[in-house]
Design a protein around this ligand. Sequence first.
Ligand code: SAH
Length: 261
Amino acid sequence: MPSHTKIERGSLAIVGIGPGRREYMTPRALKVIAVADYVIGNASYLDPLEPLLTGKTVIRSSMGKEVERAQQAIDLAKSHAVAIVSGGDAGVYGMAGIVLEVLEHSGADIDVEVIPGVTAANAAASRVGSPLSGDFAVISLSDLLTPLEVIEKRLDAVFSVGIPVVLYNPKSQGRPHNFLLAIEHARKYLGPETPLAVVRNALRDDEEVIITTIAGAEKIQDTVDMHTTVIIGGKESRIWRRGDDVKGIITPRGYQHKYVY
Ligand code: SAH
């Protein structure tokens, strides 16, 4: 796939639009939306883009209709410039995978470009210091497409090596217990003082940030929902304080072993 496909009729852009406010979108994402004839996506992603959508045909689709949305985008992209938008990065629990799978299966000869966006892990981390400075893992607690026992195995694997873990889709009405279930797995390998951050609506106007430890997980569990990203520190992570104020989380990358500062 060419890295910078020419923008023209009969093309498909799969666009990561970042975590929320428009200033966190890339110029490339703004450009392909500006030249698109059709913009397709979930209503919650399209509403904030409204000022960019004048004169375009906008197709709002709902959660759970990803396959239909992918098929429709591919059909339209045979003769139009189509942008299919996805929150955060389109390749991280987003639309890129399913669109490319459907495209591969259809055999259609369409120019495709995947445009990266700031994913929730980076957005949330940026609000709490530098918790993901080195290796880290990302796990989704949604068991819609992955069985819960597989998710639990993955949680054990990543917590056992002591690296920070980012949890996407940490809780919903359909699966209210998955967040505390993940914390139970964390407690098998990590001490109670391990930092825990909950970032709700990162880089959106109604952002909420909580920094606590895994010992405090039960107390803050009501803040955790589908608009939340959870970061559980690793063995090296610590809470960063200034006086009595909690400023964030730092996971040292190892400079302290080589340099004096
Ligand atoms: N493609 C998206 C992720 C989609 S999965 C991305 O790259 O960010 C949906 C999950 O992402 C949510 O349940 C939540 O855990 C997380 N998420 C997405 N946007 C977020 C935001 N602005 N703040 C906090 N979490 C967010």
